[in-house]
Design a protein around this ligand. Structure first.
Ligand SMILES: Cc1cc2nc3c(=O)[nH]c(=O)nc-3n(C[C@H](O)[C@H](O)[C@H](O)COP(=O)(O)OP(=O)(O)OC[C@H]3O[C@@H](n4cnc5c(N)ncnc54)[C@H](O)[C@@H]3O)c2cc1C
Length: 444
């Protein structure tokens, strides 16, 4: 088998996949349109911190870099719900208080995975190289060197698109007969805002929590950063009576925040500047099939399956892709087409299930987390998990703290809910029958 790979994109999945393939001894060239993240300014308008959990950590452990990454992370043990009244409610993520998700900076994570890839002398990374098209049959990538404005062609035995939701590699595959593709945007966009550290460098809200201001049709969240700041993200409708489109003057913006997030406003001295200057991002779900073209081209991470961020799993799933991709190459070392087909078969249903879970979790976060019923259900979930060890696992636990495939987790949760509701209905019916019997005995 030819052993030369060209990877398009050295973001989170690209860097990690480069390290996995480098370890296998392949010749790897990574082409990234952005500048080297170690030169700073990696963010490019996208979330500057992310929640890293079990699936992502497992992938990093395979390369021995999990501890290095977790050093830069802040554990978040649960959701801190901020009501309009200023009341706070903490809801732990798991019954085991040691289970947490980890807030990690995108830049720090990207740097570690790229450096992990570069530890292998057979891996080369070229920054400031944008892919413009791919000849799938050759296969060869057309690139533009953004530093010199010179075009170049990168030929390889295999080209892998790890170039994110708006993948140029996938665009080339979309010209193939019977290639399936769909994209669906939420009516909401997102904008990042900042809560800076206190004068002494400390965190001005609970450090070890993911903060949520649920406001039914929209919400704001905040994740802690190691420098004492929080990155807030407002998820809000693009259009409508009160929306990104209509709330535009300083007075309107200020009034909206004073009404909805009164406890956060005093912590956000640059609110108006942040609101005006930071871009408003869109939220897309992308599905496509298949994720490979023969043994020549394959897609990994967001390029294959972008999901909305409400389960905190997009990057974790992209990292899980890298593990499965590597396993398939190991299982079928002499049949790369089979390896890619197997990778696609093992991942596609799981990516689809995650896409649905992520959209559904938006409603849970922005609306349900505010209610007493939600908090009671979480307590019941944790109690049942304790009473029925190994038999009952809350959906959030399965998705975030295990590596149970996403599709299986979704199926198992539906089954559990059915049994739970049937059980509760049976208990309620029995109770009602007993009550009626007692009333009859007393009155008859
Ligand atoms: C607001 C928000 C919050 C999120 N929070 C979380 C979270 O908490 N937890 C989580 O797990 N996930 C989260 N995600 C999802 C996560 O960001 C993505 O799933 C993850 O970045 C996917 O990694 P990737 O490498 O596939 O794509 P990307 O990270 O997008 O990397 C793609 C790379 O390819 C490069 N590239 C693109 N086009 C080209 C081209 N033509 N030529 C060369 N290079 C190119 C890009 O510059 C980039 O470096 C969040 C996403 C958003 C939008």
């Amino acid at each position: 088998m030819g052993s030369k790979f060209a990877l398009i994109g050295s973001g989170l999945a690209g860097g990690l996949l480069g390290a996995f393939l480098g370890r296998r001894g392949y010749e790897i060239d990574l082409y990234e349109r952005r500048a080297d993240p170690r030169e700073g300014n990696v963010v490019g308008g996208r979330s500057i911190n992310l929640a890293l959990s079990t699936r992502g950590i497992h992938a990093l452990q395979q390369l021995g870099i999990a501890d290095e990454i977790l050093q830069h992370a802040i554990p978040m043990r649960g959701r801190m719900i901020h009501e309009k009244s200023g009341s706070l409610h903490f809801s732990p993520y798991d019954r085991d208080p040691r289970k947490c998700i980890n807030s990690i900076g995108r830049g720090a994570l990207n740097t570690v995975v790229i450096e992990a890839a570069q530890r292998y002398p057979n891996v080369r990374v070229q920054f400031n190289h944008r892919c413009t098209d791919v000849d799938l049959d050759a296969p060869a990538a057309q690139l533009l060197n953004l530093s010199t404005s010179q075009p170049l062609i990168a030929s390889a035995d295999t080209i892998i698109g790890v170039d994110g939701a708006f993948s140029a590699v996938r665009s080339s595959m979309q010209r193939l007969d019977r290639f399936e593709y769909s994209q669906s945007y939420l009516a909401h966009g997102y904008k990042e805002l900042t809560i800076p550290p206190g004068a002494d460098g400390s965190w001005r809200m609970e450090k070890y929590a993911l903060h949520i201001w649920p406001r039914k049709s929209f919400m704001m969240i905040a994740l802690p950063n190691p420098d004492g700041s929080f990155t807030c993200t407002l998820f809000w409708e693009f259009e409508g009576a009160r929306s990104f489109a209509t709330v535009t003057t300083n007075d309107d913006i200020r009034r909206f925040f004073d009404d909805e997030f009164p406890d956060a406003v005093p912590l956000m001295p640059a609110l108006l500047d942040d609101f005006r200057e930071n871009p408003t991002g869109s939220l897309v779900t992308i599905r496509c099939a298949p994720w490979h073209y023969a043994d020549r081209v394959a897609l990994v991470g967001d390029a294959a399956h972008a999901v909305v961020p409400f389960y905190g799993q997009g990057m974790n799933a992209a990292f899980e892709d890298c593990v499965v991709f590597d396993e398939c190459l190991a299982e079928f070392p002499n049949d790369r087409k089979r390896a890619f087909a197997e990778y696609f078969a093992r991942r596609k249903a799981n990516a689809d299930a995650l896409a649905d879970l992520a959209v559904h979790n938006f409603i849970e976060m922005r609306d349900k987390t505010a209610s007493r019923t939600f908090r009671a259900k979480k307590k019941l979930d944790h109690a049942l998990e304790g009473l029925l060890p190994g038999l009952y696992l809350p959906l959030y636990t399965m998705v975030t703290f295990t590596r149970i495939p996403y599709a299986e987790a979704a199926r198992r949760s539906r089954r559990q809910d059915l049994i739970l509701y049937a059980g509760l209905t049976a208990v309620a019916s029995l109770f009602l029958a007993l009550l009626l019997g007692m009333v009859r005995a007393l009155t008859g």
